[in-house]
Design a binder for this molecule. Structure first.
Ligand code: FAD
Length: 474
């Protein structure tokens, strides 16, 4: 057995790598175990987020948004960009380079902070010992004062649509598509399905999205979901609600027939590619020895308390492998909280203020509770809404779709939710997060000075609108 570590982190995604760096900064002797390897046998750092999730999808979304704008938004601004066309292979190569730069950057940060990388598959044994089985099959056991499990998640597979190389793909395969499919099918109208659909619709694919549920984006505020459905449909996404995939068939090795049922009965459609984006499940297989002392909950997530402590003293679990939203920033903040507790600091996380974003165009973003949730709870609310169509800066930016909606408690004036559809809603939502973290009232936002002309003024106006005092709408 090697020297004892103060902390061993299993998994180098945004939960694990951030935890490892924080721990090293606080002076803990830290190791991070990662099973993902590159073709040279070196550990690939960054997890789902950097390699096959947040970052590559946003690289493709940014490029295709620019392409779409050049085709459909430039002429009105007097920019004549005739014959604009897309080199999808170059787009994908650029995305791969960004991933390489970022994952290499984490290796650099580990080195600079003195984090030891243990390449291999980690398994938690009893008494906070971690067995690491390397790519070549050799294994070693390491002891630690504390362990953080950050093993993340994997895509859910569904029996009617088994993955088939190059034809039926999950998020990993979807990010490798480098030629615009003429007909693209997507199962699942969640975050990943809508982002992937947007990417390829902008490149010219005919995109059909199958969603088993009758409601579109049931988790989002009603107004956000309604506006998003309208705008995405206008962009060419054929979103079929209440449409459940019952089977698939590969035709001549190059097309996929999707069989589904909807309100009209049995249906089928043929596609050049099919993306399965029905959600993700925790990755815990083989992670825990029987006597590790860590328990899973009924859905297979590692059971933790609000401080991310598992049932085994000194063992924490964070990120996608535990309850709560599967988001990179939630994973990272849980990592920081767990390390701070290990280092003897007081730390807590406010789960009520985690922003959610869908990077379609316009973007959808929210924090706090939705109107329907609050009404169901019987809370008396007031709502202020301001459309970007009334914002001078949004007009200048050619991004007038959408709105900012602020929901507050009618009696106390405290902000309970901020919901947006808009060009840079992913950036604007931070204002809602800050306001809610500081328990702001609507009046606090009303009294702040927002720079002119900015799209942020829509936040100010929405706050004013909550008391019927918006200036720029009647
Ligand atoms: P992961 O990132 O999954 O990392 C876990 C790591 O642990 C992996 O590297 C894995 O190889 C390793 N591992 C697992 N088991 C072991 C073991 N036994 N031994 C050693 N190593 C192990 N979130 C956002 O917030 N914003 C976005 O825009 C966004 N976009 C997304 C787009 C797509 C297409 C997808 C798929 C996801 C997206 N997400 C986004 C979700 C985000 O990627 C995850 O929430 C985040 O990566 C979770 O971080 P994590 O550290 O918990 O797990």
């Amino acid at each position: 057995m090697s020297d004892k570590f103060d902390l061993i982190v299993i998994g180098a995604g945004p939960g694990g790598y951030v935890a490892a760096i924080r721990a090293a900064q606080l002076g803990l002797k830290t190791a991070c175990v990662e099973k993902w390897v590159d073709d040279k046998g070196a550990a690939v750092l960054g997890g789902t987020c950097l390699n096959v999730g947040c970052i590559p999808s946003k690289a493709l979304l940014e490029t295709t948004h620019k392409f779409h704008e050049a085709q459909h938004g430039f002429a009105a601004q007097g920019i004549m960009a005739d014959n604009v066309h897309m080199d999808t292979k170059q787009m994908v190569a650029r995305k791969d380079q960004i991933v390489k730069n970022l994952t290499g950057g984490i290796a650099g940060l580990f080195k600079a902070n003195g984090v030891t990388v243990l390449q291999g598959t980690g398994k938690l044994l009893a008494n906070k010992q971690v067995e690491v089985t390397a790519q070549d099959g050799s294994s070693s056991v390491h002891a630690a004062e504390n362990v953080i499990l950050a093993s993340g998640s994997v895509p859910v597979e569904i029996p009617p649509a088994p993955l088939t190389e190059g034809l039926i793909v999950d998020n990993e395969g979807a990010l490798k598509i480098d030629e615009t499919p003429k007909r693209l099918g997507i199962i699942g109208a969640g975050v990943i399905g809508l982002e992937m659909g947007s990417i390829w619709a902008r490149c010219g694919s005919e995109v059909t999205v199958f969603e088993a549920m009758d409601d579109f984006l049931a988790l989002a505020d009603v107004d956000v979901a309604k506006e998003a459905k309208k705008l995405l449909t206008k962009q060419g996404l054929d979103i079929k609600l209440g449409a459940r995939c019952t089977g698939t068939e590969i035709i001549d090795g190059k097309e996929v027939k999707v069989k589904y049922t909807d309100a009209s009965g049995e249906q089928e459609m043929v596609f050049d590619k099919l993306i399965v984006a029905v959600g993700r499940r925790p990755q815990t297989q083989g992670l825990l020895a029987e006597d590790s002392g860590v328990k899973l909950d009924e859905r297979g997530f590692i059971f933790v308390d609000e401080s991310c402590r598992t049932d085994a003293p000194g063992v924490y679990a964070i990120g996608d492998s535990v309850r709560g939203p599967m988001l990179a920033h939630k994973a990272s903040e849980e990592g920081i909280m767990a390390v701070d507790i290990i280092a003897g600091h007081k730390a807590a996380m406010n789960y009520d203020c985690i922003p959610n974003i869908i990077y379609t165009f316009p973007e959808l973003a929210w924090v706090g509770k939705t109107e329907q949730e609050l009404k169901a709870e019987g809370v008396k609310i007031k709502v202020g809404k301001f459309p970007f169509a009334a914002s001078g800066r949004a007009m200048a930016a050619n991004a007038t779709d959408g709105f900012v909606k602020i929901i507050a408690d009618e009696e106390t004036d405290r902000i309970l939710g901020v919901h947006m559809v808009g060009g840079i809603a992913s950036e604007l939502i931070a204002q809602g997060v800050i306001a809610m973290e500081f328990c702001s009232s609507v009046e606090d936002l009303q009294l702040m000075v927002f720079a002119h002309p900015t799209v942020s003024e829509a936040v100010h106006e929405a706050a004013l609108a909550a008391d019927n005092h918006a200036i720029h709408i009647a």
